[in-house]
Design a protein around this ligand. Structure first.
Ligand code: PXP
Length: 392
């Protein structure tokens, strides 16, 4: 593993998605032509970085990033793996700078990481004005390449199999089995399985999530309320990610997005708990700027933009208006450094337009696929949905 990330006396908040940071660092190493190099990233507090700043640079107070090269000190220079060195980032300073720039902490840390890595490769903005220009230019190029790369990524399809369990629960007993359905969806090309373990257990049961965890080969996304009982189950289960949704007992399906802006502390606490367990969190939100900002501040890795109002629009005008809210929200979340999913109410008519948004990572679709599966079979229903998603 070429990238080692350590938290050294790091502050408890904000939360950092370590897996996302590692994959970003690996991409940066590839972009600078050093994919095989070893890099150590230390995430520390202001207090910690101030100590290093004083000791090694004779400077007072904290800074945002420090880089310590290992290249000169390497004992055997012809080793195939080169040890690049350490990049030390203050999470406190990164968080303050992120708030000033209106971007996610992850985006700010990424920029600092790029800066640190360039230092390790010999760039030095303190050497001269042309050096400073060259380094700043390279930093901008790398940040742009990272953004382009994210935009180019193909939209993935995740299938929600809750309704298979709904049919099973209508009679009690064991059939049809959502676990078997998940396997069929994956064989047909779905790249993720989604289930909502509701507090009232109206469809998906504890047994289902346990078996799905053992059998899903792609990615298991557990939809859940931010409720203690379910949080504890998620911590035991360790799904590949969780999506926090609002949950009301009397609703037929999830109505509206999560009001993150109205309960920031609660959501932030759940994200921090999940983060400690290495579980990335997505927040299901309406396409609204305040919810995106609140999601970013709470430390979410993903947001899932609620497409329900677009799906339910009854006139072309209304549909266009709702679609542009989704497109704008996805763009805003993307630029804030959040990964963007979308879902709810998507079907064989309205999905293509959302899937074509280059900011959208993944679609979460359930009802329409299961409804079609009744007539054409689940395998074909998934394949037909996949055929609506552009391949490049
Ligand atoms: N995303 C979320 C957060 C949901 O709650 C649901 C419904 O369970 C979906 C996506 C899928 O919606 P649909 O079943 O309408 O495709």
């Amino acid at each position: 593993m070429p990238v080692l990330i350590s938290l050294v006396n790091a502050p408890a908040a904000p939360v950092i998605d370590i897996r996302l940071l590692r994959s970003t660092a690996e991409k940066v190493l590839s972009l600078v032509g050093r994919p095989e190099s070893e890099l150590s990233i230390l995430l520390v507090s202001d207090h910690e970085i101030a100590g290093l700043n004083r000791r090694f640079r004779n400077k007072k107070g904290p800074t945002n990033v420090l880089a310590f090269s290992q290249v000169e000190g390497q004992a055997i220079p012809r080793l195939p793996v080169t040890l690049l060195g350490d990049v030390v980032v203050s999470i406190d300073t990164a968080a303050r700078e992120a708030a000033q720039e209106n971007i996610s902490v992850h985006s700010r840390i990424t920029a600092l990481l790029v800066h640190g890595i360039l230092h390790l490769l010999g760039f030095d903005h303190e050497r001269s004005a042309p050096d400073a220009r060259e380094m700043a230019g390279r930093e901008l190029d790398i940040m742009q390449e990272l953004r382009n790369e994210r935009r180019k990524r193909m939209t993935k399809l995740a299938i929600n199999v809750d309704h298979v369990a709904t049919i099973r629960e209508a009679r009690g007993g064991t059939e049809p089995d959502p676990v078997l359905a998940a396997g069929i969806c994956e064989l047909a090309g779905a790249e993720g399985i989604v289930v909502h373990l509701r507090e009232d257990r109206r469809h998906i049961q504890d047994r289902d999530v346990t078996l799905l965890r053992q059998t899903v080969k792609t990615k298991l996304n557990l939809e859940m309320a931010a409720a203690k009982e379910i949080v504890d189950i998620a911590l035991d289960l360790k799904p590949d990610m969780v999506t926090l949704v609002p949950e009301k007992r009397r609703e037929l399906t999830t109505e509206g997005g999560l009001n993150v802006a109205g309960q920031k502390k609660k959501i932030k606490d759940v994200i921090a708990i999940m983060d400690k367990a290495g579980i990335p969190v997505s927040l299901f939100i309406d396409p609204a700027a305040d919810q995106i900002k609140a999601s970013r501040d709470a430390g979410a890795t993903f947001v899932e933009i609620h497409t329900g109002r677009y799906a339910e629009a009854t006139s072309r005008q209304e549909r266009d208006k709702e679609f542009s809210l989704i497109a704008d929200a996805a763009e805003m979340a993307f630029e804030a450094g959040l990964l963007v999913n979308a879902g709810h109410g998507l079907n064989y008519v309205n999905t293509a337009r959302v899937a074509a948004l280059e900011t959208v990572e993944e679609l979460s679709i359930g009802h329409a696929v299961m409804a079609r599966a009744i007539f054409v079979g689940l395998d074909q229903a998934v394949r037909e949905m996949l055929s609506l998603i552009p391949v490049d």
